[in-house]
Design a binder for this molecule. Structure first.
Ligand code: SAH
Length: 363
């Protein structure tokens, strides 16, 4: 006889089968899962929610990922690259408003000019904030040397989603060439961890061909890899990408949304002290999506502080929220939303992954 959700939630560890059962739960079972994950979050993390001011500074990209709206092959995108002084202004805004940390994200490039420029920007951000702003970067696959240079220049967290831990599935959602190899993604994550970054990864939920078993394996991969931070969100189809062809095979948006919440809840139970971001894509489906994720397990939110005139061009997926409001509006709106979710903003703090500190203590 299979176990009840209640029984599973009382266990000290979870098998793959347990995880699959939790991921499929609905109604009262789903409620019990969320009650448990909220409790774990309160016990291990507390009510604090930390900000990461997000600057999506360029949509120029050499990759051709089959799901992404800013893929190189999409000729309908207005490509932009925000000037350094505008990026630094956004970082200064984050500093002045006590955000604690910023995230620099963009399409992927690895030419020398780009690598040098990022190194310089990192140093400038440290300088303008009296060394106080924490910096996360999310700039795709790079060489070990580049990762090291950026670390030495002041970045201390790196986000690189594995997208799927299943190599075969990964190959179905990327072009089959050396520029999009699953093995490279894995070795990049390892390199980041070895250098000493707080290392973050994540997956998209509800992509075509994905099974519950794939998702359970993704969570177990994160645990096995001893990851410090996770950002995962629902897949949202974009009509100018190759995967749009499979739109009829997708679960409904609402089901992708609910499944993402269950993924976050199970991850919180599996990895109690990591940082989990409440993905912006959740809000593209439900106006209160990010707050719901905070309640059941997430503890990080990334207010968009990209200069307003370029926000509309960083459309990885459609229906992206907050593309027409300024950074000031964003702070006020966030504060109200987080209070509503019974959270407290850790202003002026880095809000580092506790898992990272615990993991380093044990070596
Ligand atoms: N170039 C960087 C960061 C930009 S993409 C990198 O490769 O890491 C950031 C994330 O957006 C991707 O990792 C992917 O998981 C997500 N994303 C892309 N297209 C998406 C879509 N259509 N729906 C939902 N998420 C998407």
């Amino acid at each position: 006889m299979s176990k009840s959700i209640q029984q599973i939630l009382e266990q000290d560890s979870l098998t793959k089968e347990n995880i699959i059962q939790l991921l499929k739960s609905t109604g009262e079972d789903e409620k019990a899962l969320f009650a448990k994950s909220s409790e774990v979050k309160l016990n291990y993390i507390g009510k604090n929610v930390h900000f990461r001011g997000l600057v999506e500074f360029s949509n120029i990209c050499k990759k051709d990922c089959l799901y992404c709206g800013i893929r190189a092959g999409n000729k309908n995108v207005d490509r932009y690259d925000i000037a350094d002084e505008e990026i630094l202004k956004a970082a200064k805004f984050a500093y002045d408003n006590n955000y604690g940390s910023v995230v620099l994200q963009s399409g992927e490039r690895s030419d020398k000019e780009f690598v040098d420029r990022i190194e310089n920007l990192l140093k400038e951000i440290k300088k303008l904030s009296n060394n106080e702003l924490g910096i996360t970067i999310s700039l795709g696959e790079q060489s070990k040397e580049t990762y090291q240079r950026w670390y030495d220049a002041g970045a201390h967290r790196y986000l690189l989603r594995i997208e799927s831990s299943n190599r075969e599935l990964y190959e179905k959602i990327h072009p089959k060439n050396d520029n999009h190899a699953h093995a490279t993604r894995l070795s990049c994550l390892k390199a980041l961890q070895n250098i000493g970054y707080q290392t973050g990864t994540g997956v998209m939920i509800g992509i075509p061909f994905q099974t519950y078993e794939d998702l359970a394996n993704d969570l177990l991969f994160m645990k096995e890899f001893d990851i410090d931070m996770v950002g995962m969100g629902p897949f949202i189809e974009h009509d100018e990408t190759p995967l749009y062809e499979y739109r009829d095979q997708l679960m409904s948006l609402n089901n992708r949304f609910r499944l993402t919440l269950r993924m976050i809840a199970v991850l919180r139970i599996l990895m109690k002290d990591i940082n989990i971001a409440s993905a912006t894509a959740l809000q593209a489906i439900d106006p209160l999506g990010r707050e719901k994720a905070l309640k059941i397990g997430a503890n990080i939110i990334m207010p968009n502080i990209t200069p307003t005139n370029e926000r509309a061009n960083y459309l990885l997926y459609q229906n992206k929220p907050c593309i027409d409001e300024g950074a000031d509006d964003c702070t006020n709106c966030m504060e109200a939303r987080i209070n509503m979710a019974d959270g407290e903003i850790g202003y002026g703090e880095w809000g580092d992954s506790r898992h990272y500190a615990n993991r380093r203590k044990n070596v």
